[in-house]
Design a binder for this molecule. Sequence first.
Ligand code: IMP
Ligand code: MG
Length: 393
Amino acid sequence: MKSVVIGLQWGDEGKGKIVQHLSKMHEWVVRFSGGPNAGHTIYYDEKKFVHHLIPSGSGKNKLFIARGTLVDLEVLRAEIDSMASIFENITQNIYISPWCRVITPVEKELDAKYEEMKGSMAVGTTKKGIGPTVANDAHRIGIRIFDLFDEKRAKEKVEMLVSLYKSVIDLNANEIFEGLMKNFESVKKFVREVTPTGNVLFESTQAIMLDPMYGTYPYVTSTPCLPQAALYYSGFEKGKLETYGVFKAYATRVGSGPFPTEIFGEEAEKLRKAGNEFGSTTGRPRRCGWIDLPLLKYACDIADVDHLIMTKADVLNGFEKIGICEKYENDLVPYDLENSKAKVRYVDGWKDLSDKAFEEFIDIIEKNVGRKIEYVSFGPAEEDIQRMNRKGF
Ligand code: IMP
Ligand code: MG
């Protein structure tokens, strides 16, 4: 069995926790996209842990960072160290593809520089170097982890990168090279290509609306977020994937770009506080809004979702009124979301998830997206999740 977990909104739907839950049914968990821009918050027993590069899991899985992942070796080293302090044998279970592209200080500086130069058109990136690493890869001047096994070649590549951008940023090639090699030394024992067999769970990052091809371009990330990318970016030739699509009972977005159901002021503040909606990678307050069902349907259709999972339903407990968008004033045009106007109507809230009003909320979602919700997650712990049956929660 091969499965993939993807986000259906703008990220931060709680994919990490769902991956942790499903990881018990899989031997391997594989990351195939994104890089240290991702922040998957999960709990190992009571201990909170934010994964940036290593896939989430149960602590017993084999964990593979596949070739589509952009790797910052410093972040990776720190994350391996933190994991080793929780799990005794975890280091035996970590595999990193030598094909992975390396994020260097050059790309991180470029990310910040481009954002500054774009002014009001800035994307609001995490400044982890994602866009420039993909760009340099397309220019075929990227550095792969594999390149670092040959010091001479690695040094030449770093020198070329630094000299190519010297009119924009002023960096010291030698210092960058030394830094890369130092971090590489401590992670190189994990660098090995592998083709996982048996039950494999792919952990996607970001979400459909941040996908560079299907999302709200140009306000998107730079690596693919669709399930269709999982096999290609992990080194698998073929296979059928069970797709688990995760969405929140409301919506959030970090960074710039259109967000038709966004709310502001006190209403937004209340939701942000209730859901603790602050970026786990950057700490930025997340923009908040109501659930957007036409957009959710768009995402489900593109991703061909087999299993639908709603998270953070409990965050809305006690809200008197809850907003829902079922329609747009004009037509929803995903590539022109800036000019698409969402209509939000308010329905009665619920005290807790056993209320009739919550059941009605689920009915509205299912009717609009044309799929059944299979699981509802109602807390951060791995076991706070319930399979839905139609007799209520
Ligand atoms: P980048 O991926 O750092 O280039 O950022 C591009 C856009 O994606 C920005 O709006 C970021 O806020 C957003 N983004 C990137 N990673 C995440 C994530 O893990 N969760 C939510 N938003 C993200
Ligand atoms: Mg996150």
